[in-house]
Design a protein around this ligand. Structure first.
Ligand code: CA
Length: 218
């Protein structure tokens, strides 16, 4: 079943959208915060996200940047009361697929949801390969020497970043900002922790440590 994630803090609006989408045959998740939405996007196979901009804990634009930073290519429709041209431009340049100002008609939203869901698979899915590792961006499957390995969304994003920059030394700062969307915190060892997870899954020798600099895909 097609799964839609609604990230919206106004409960009535979220319930209204979910009711309509369920009637149209979609399964819905509702999250009232950016943090909650990102968790669901990481955990569930979401086909489309409807995203509010004014959220209590972070801006919808930040949510969108983090989603894209995690390698999530799911279509995102921004739904917000802020319908100024500047916000539209900000939304579309930060990786949204569509933008709707509130108030909106449900029929129009549904039409856009259907359009985005139809056009999503048409984006030519392609694979990134390096040595024995293949990462399919369309199906989000990763194989090592033909054997499928299960990666979390974050591990997937990390591997994707390495595969997009084969042979290059990637600093912790760069990995942190690309994969986690965070400014560098020199005390954080999250990158090292995730590189360790990744090595366990794709082979310890696949990622080389460059002392005091960062990591490189071998
Ligand atoms: Ca709001």
């Amino acid at each position: 079943m097609t799964q839609i994630l609604i990230i919206e803090d106004e409960a009535l609006i979220a319930a209204f959208i979910a009711k309509g989408l369920k009637a149209a045959g979609y399964a819905c998740f509702i999250e009232a915060t950016g943090r909650g939405g990102l968790k669901v996007a990481e955990r569930e196979a979401i086909d489309l996200v409807i995203l509010d901009i004014g959220l209590p804990d972070m801006s919808g634009f930040t949510v969108l940047e983090r989603l894209r930073g995690q390698g999530v290519r799911t279509p995102v429709i921004i739904l917000t009361a802020r319908s100024s041209a500047a916000d539209t431009v900000a939304g579309l340049t930060s990786g949204a697929d569509d933008y709707m100002g509130k108030p909106f008609s449900f029929d129009e939203l549904l039409a856009r949801v259907r359009l985005r869901l139809r056009s999503a698979p048409a984006e030519a899915p392609h694979a990134l390969r390096h040595g024995a590792v293949t990462l399919d961006l369309g199906t989000r499957r990763v194989t090592v020497s033909g054997q499928e390995v299960e990666l979390s969304a974050r591990e997937f994003a990390l591997l994707e970043t390495f595969l997009r920059n084969p042979g290059q030394v990637l600093s912790r700062e760069r990995l942190l900002s690309t994969v986690w969307g965070l400014d560098f915190d020199p005390g954080s060892n999250i990158v090292d922790v995730y590189v360790r997870y990744l090595r366990r899954k794709i082979g310890a020798e696949a990622v080389e440590t460059i002392r005091n600099v960062g990591y490189r895909l071998v």
